[in-house]
Every structure is written in structure tokens, then in C-alpha cells.
Design a protein around this ligand. Structure first.
Ligand code: GDP
Length: 198
């Protein structure tokens, strides 16, 4: 049976490895630069307005939030990166938490949110590398598509694919959390990737 993204419940936040969920259910790890629209993309996927909190929230930058999807898989909201106003201590906490999570072997597949308007940042490239090193398949959502002219879409997608050095089998979906573009395509891609992985 297909994973139902409308059945979703918040389970817990993790701030240290002991909090990680290890019950064997697949984990879909969502990563993205702060303000790229990761919370908005998650809310769009699960059809809720304020499920994942929208808006930068300094001080909450180093926690991992687990949501149970359909009782069968976790949507794992990783803390955003690249938020300029974060202290060094907070950045260090972020780094340790992410390193531990990526080393845990718990990630089934990665979902990266990038900005459809721009070339992926150095941080985005680093993040994609973490998924590659962990040998996770990756789906990339190029968000804020509504801000692009039609003629910009293809070249921008190509630039994203090249800059992130996406592998064969990785997915790239143009997306607008605001308008809803790409929602069904991303859900279909995640279902298909999960079927291969589990
Ligand atoms: P996060 O920090 O990555 O979780 O980003 P948020 O979901 O909080 O979104 C950051 C800002 O981008 C908010 O002002 C959103 O309304 C806006 N935003 C998110 N997705 C879209 C989109 O698809 N199109 C446009 N135009 N704005 C978006």
C-alpha cells in the first residue's frame, strides 16, 4: 500500500544521539539551508498549514524533529544550515548532531531542499556530499519555482544538477511550496525510492 502523506503525527525532537529513533522504520531525512522553505515544503507534502514551524527560529537550530508518516516511516526534519545569526556554540552543536545522525546509518533516503532561483551554495554542496558519503539515495526539491520565469526553469535545474553533482538515480523536482507545484511528483518519487530501499 502506498505511503499516505496525509497521516502524520509529531513524535519527538532529538538533541543528542540517545534521542535518535532506532525502531527500524525507514527514515526520510529532509535537509536545507535556513529560509529555503524546508518547513513550507514539509507542510505542503503533509497537507498541513503550520505543522513544521515556518520562519527562522534561532535557538532551535540544533534539533532533529521526527514525524511519523502513516505509521510506517519517519519524516525527519533536520536542522537548517547557513543561518547567519547563529553563535559558534550553536553551530558546533549543529555539526556534532548532524555528524552523529549521518554516522548512525539510520537514514534511508535524503531529501534536500534548494532554492530554484540560485546556484546551490557551498553549504548545499557539502550537505549533498554527506548524503553521498552515507550512501543514501537523494531527492532534491528546487523550491520557490513560482519566482522563476518559464525560460529560467530548465537552465536553473541543469545548474543545480551539475553543482550538486547528482548521481544517476537521484531525483530533481521543481517545486513551489507556495503554489503546490511538484507536490505529487515529489511524493511519487519518494514512494518509488522507498520501495527500492526497504
Ligand atoms: P525554512 O527556514 O527552510 O524552514 O523556510 P520556511 O518554510 O520558514 O520559509 C522561509 C520563507 O520562504 C517564508 O517566508 C516562506 O513563506 C517562503 N517560502 C517558502 N516556500 C516558498 C515558495 O515555494 N515560494 C515562495 N515565493 N516563497 C516561499
Amino acid at each position: 500500500m502506498e505511503l499516505n502523506f496525509n497521516k502524520v503525527e509529531f513524535i519527538r525532537s532529538a538533541v543528542k544521539p540517545a534521542d535518535f529513533l532506532r525502531d527500524g522504520l525507514p527514515q526520510l531525512a529532509f535537509a536545507g539551508r535556513s529560509n529555503v522553505g524546508k518547513s513550507s515544503v514539509i507542510n505542503r507534502l503533509v497537507n498541513r498549514k503550520n505543522f513544521a514551524r515556518v520562519g527562522a527560529s534561532p535557538g532551535k537550530t540544533s534539533q532533529i524533529n521526527y514525524f511519523l508518516l502513516d505509521g510506517r516511516a519517519y519524516l525527519v526534519d533536520l536542522p537548517g544550515y547557513g543561518y547567519a545569526k547563529v553563535s559558534k556554540a550553536e553551530r558546533d552543536r549543529w555539526g556534532r548532531l548532524m555528524e552523529n545522525y549521518f554516522a548512525s546509518g539510520l537514514i534511508t533516503l535524503g531529501v534536500m531542499i534548494v532554492d530554484a532561483r540560485h546556484k546551490p551554495t557551498a553549504d548545499d554542496v557539502t550537505m549533498a556530499g554527506w548524503f553521498y558519503d552515507a550512501e543514501c539515495p537523494l531527492a532534491v526539491a528546487a523550491n520557490k519555482l513560482d519566482k522563476l520565469k518559464k525560460s529560467e526553469i530548465e537552465p536553473n535545474l541543469e545548474r543545480i544538477r551539475e553543482t550538486l553533482d547528482l548521481r544517476e538515480g537521484d531525483g530533481l523536482i521543481p517545486f513551489s511550496a507556495e503554489r503546490g507545484d511538484g507536490k505529487e511528483q515529489l511524493i511519487a518519487l519518494l514512494r518509488a525510492m522507498l520501495e527500492v530501499e526497504v
